[in-house]
Design a protein around this ligand. Structure first.
Ligand code: ACO
Ligand code: KIV
Ligand code: MG
Length: 558
């Protein structure tokens, strides 16, 4: 049972810095940060079955296709697989010149040496060393005082510098993480990082990466932003350090934390695609990048092949991407509900009319096409749907532009189907239902064989419709007079079959689907107190209109 009194079990976060003069809330992000993917390290270490070399390579290639330039490829001292993967990348020359690989190590001499062994012969590499700095870890995990922790960081970074000097053929970069940064006293985190700066002696041309992780997310995103702004203000040699973020998502605010901390002065973000990673995951690079994109800022990452990205990541991680995952889930561009569909349909029409390129679409913050998605999934129909969505699908798939009263009529018929089935109706089902509802397929009481239309083509002149119609299996000749094709046909049908049909509205348009050019005609008819609708499709627009009248006549039989 849930405790009613968490205050006897949990303490509120209290290591915040005093930042009443914070400046980040007024800032705007105008350029992409440096990105590092840690899918192959932090993501991988969180999998029940870590990736083998083949999967790591597949993921690595995917990251290259997305445009990642810094990739943490593993923890080579952890296992043979991790070591072998780094060797493979180097020995088989699989790392493009503009890409830098990074590896992680603890501050332990044997592990550091093994990491450098793994990296031998690399053109460029970043060695990333971490040790936890927070009071809890000092007390419980390391049994160390602050000076011991400082010494551990200094010693490890000193070893990195020495090992790098012994392998001068590689262009080295160094990264230091005070693990559990957000839960560390800010002054102590600063002291450790300044000590590391003393050891590494970075310069603006050879900067040190200081990665400030929310190893476990323990406070709100605004607190992380304050911590980062405070750190940026106080760190020595700010021009010689790259401030990197590494948010995890324990409170579900990893993305917010990264975005606010970026405003607070950070230069670089480490995370994983779709937020894989320890526990609730690392911050999601896809969401961060596309959040920038939809603000008109190029993230310098390419997700125009999103389905392929999702498929590969799902395969390598053996974890599905949630159907509602921002930008990537299979349902995120889909509206089932009527008012959303109506707004989207109107949005697309307005977009086409405006033709200024700007994306202003109700309910769709990004153009699915930018992610390589079609518009097919944008509207799907179930019992929550309305006429607009149904009309959209018929227009997208079959080119039909149903007049509004026709939309209302067909939507009622679909509602009956979805209410009865409690299921989604596919585009194919919708088309089948349309053809059946308006007698384009299936048994028909009235069927046109051929017709002729005679008489002077002049305004007000009487013309004659002569048609051969099959009615309930019996062929009949139908003759009617009127001042137009439709009126003469309707009169003919009324006098032969006593239908009492009256056309109250008519519409037609060309139908270009595939290579075929056809015409479609719609009629709305009254017969006594009944209103029926008819549709006809033919290569010839006049024939389409006769078929539409017969379709309405068929509706009277139902
Ligand atoms: C927040 C993060 O993601 S940190 C990265 C975590 N990733 C991983 O751990 C994945 C790879 N790790 C591994 O495969 C293993 O932990 C190894 C190979 C690195 C080390 O394995 P082992 O030598 O068996 O050590 P094990 O992990 O059990 O214990 C950790 C020891 O290292 C110490 N340690 C932990 N972190 C660090 C560090 N950053 N620097 C120095 N020592 C550390 C611990 O205090 C403990 O010391 P103790 O044995 O004196 O108590
Ligand atoms: C190793 C460090 C950067 C880490 O993964 C974390 O603190 O979450
Ligand atoms: Mg991490």
């Amino acid at each position: 049972m849930m405790l009613t009194n968490p205050d006897t079990k949990y303490r509120p976060f209290s290591l915040g810095v005093n930042m009443s003069d914070r400046t980040w809330p007024d800032k705007v992000t105008t350029k992409a940060p440096r990105w590092l993917s840690t899918d192959l390290r932090d993501g991988n270490q969180a999998l029940a079955d870590p990736m083998d070399v083949d999967k790591k390579l597949m993921f690595f290639k995917l990251l290259l296709s997305v445009g990642l330039k810094e990739i943490e490829v593993g923890f080579p001292s952890a296992s043979q697989t991790e070591f072998d993967f780094v060797r493979k990348l180097i020995e088989e020359n699989l790392i493009p010149d503009d890409v830098t690989i990074q590896v992680l190590t603890q501050s332990r001499e044997d592990l550091i040496k093994r990491s450098f062994e793994a990296l031998r012969g690399a053109k460029k590499a970043i060695v990333h060393l971490y040790n936890a700095t927070s009071p809890l870890f000092r007390r419980v995990v390391f049994n160390m005082d602050k000076p011991d922790v400082l010494a551990l960081a200094r010693k490890g970074m000193g070893l990195l510098v020495a090992e790098a000097a012994a392998q001068p053929e590689t262009e080295w970069g160094f990264e230091y993480s005070p693990e559990t940064f957000t839960a560390t006293e800010p002054e102590f985190a600063l002291e450790v990082c300044n000590a590391v700066i003393e050891v590494v002696q970075p310069t603006p041309l050879k900067p040190l990466i200081l990665n400030l992780p929310a190893t476990v997310e323990v406070a709100g995103p605004h607190t992380y932003a304050d911590q980062i702004e405070w750190f940026c203000r106080h760190i020595s040699k700010r021009d010689s350090v790259v401030i990197s973020l590494h948010p995890h998502n324990d409170r579900g605010t990893g993305t917010a934390a990264a975005e606010l901390a970026l405003l607070a002065g950070a230069d670089r973000i480490e995370g994983c695609l779709f937020g894989n990673g320890e526990r609730t995951g690392n911050v999601d690079l896809v969401t961060l990048a596309l959040n920038l994109y939809t603000q008109g800022v190029s993230p310098e990452l390419d997700f125009s092949h999103m389905r392929e990205v999702v498929k590969t990541v799902e395969h390598c991680n053996n974890i599905p991407v949630h159907p509602r995952h921002p930008y990537a889930g299979e349902l995120v561009f889909t509206a089932f509900s009527g008012s959303h569909q109506d707004a989207i349909k109107k949005g697309f029409a307005a977009h086409e009319k405006r033709n200024d390129g700007y994306w202003e679409m109700p309910y769709l913050p990004i153009d699915p096409a930018d992610l390589g998605e079609s518009y097919e999934a944008v509207i799907r129909v179930n019992s929550q749907s309305g006429k607009g969505g149904i009309a959209w699908i018929l227009e997208q798939n079959h080119g039909l532009k149903l007049p509004r009263p026709f939309q209302v009529d067909f939507s009622k018929k679909i509602q009956d189907i979805t209410d009865a089935s409690a299921k989604e109706v596919s585009g194919t089902d919708l088309w089948d239902a349309f053809q059946a509802a308006y007698h384009l397929t299936g048994p028909q009481a009235y069927e046109l064989i051929e017709y002729d239309h005679k008489g002077p083509v002049r305004s007000g002149a009487t013309r004659t419709f002569v048609g051969r119609i099959i009615k309930d299996g019996i062929e009949t000749s139908v003759i009617g007079h009127g001042n137009g094709l439709i009126s003469s046909a309707v009169r003919g049908l009324n006098s032969h079959y006593d239908l009492g049909l009256e056309v109250v509205d008519y519409a037609e348009h060309a139908l270009n689907v595939g290579s075929e050019s056809q015409a479609v005609a719609y009629v709305e008819c009254r017969a006594g107190d009944r209103t029926v609708f008819g549709v006809g499709i033919d290569h010839d627009v006049a024939t389409a209109s006769i078929k539409a009248v017969l379709s309405a006549a068929n509706a009277l039989k139902v």
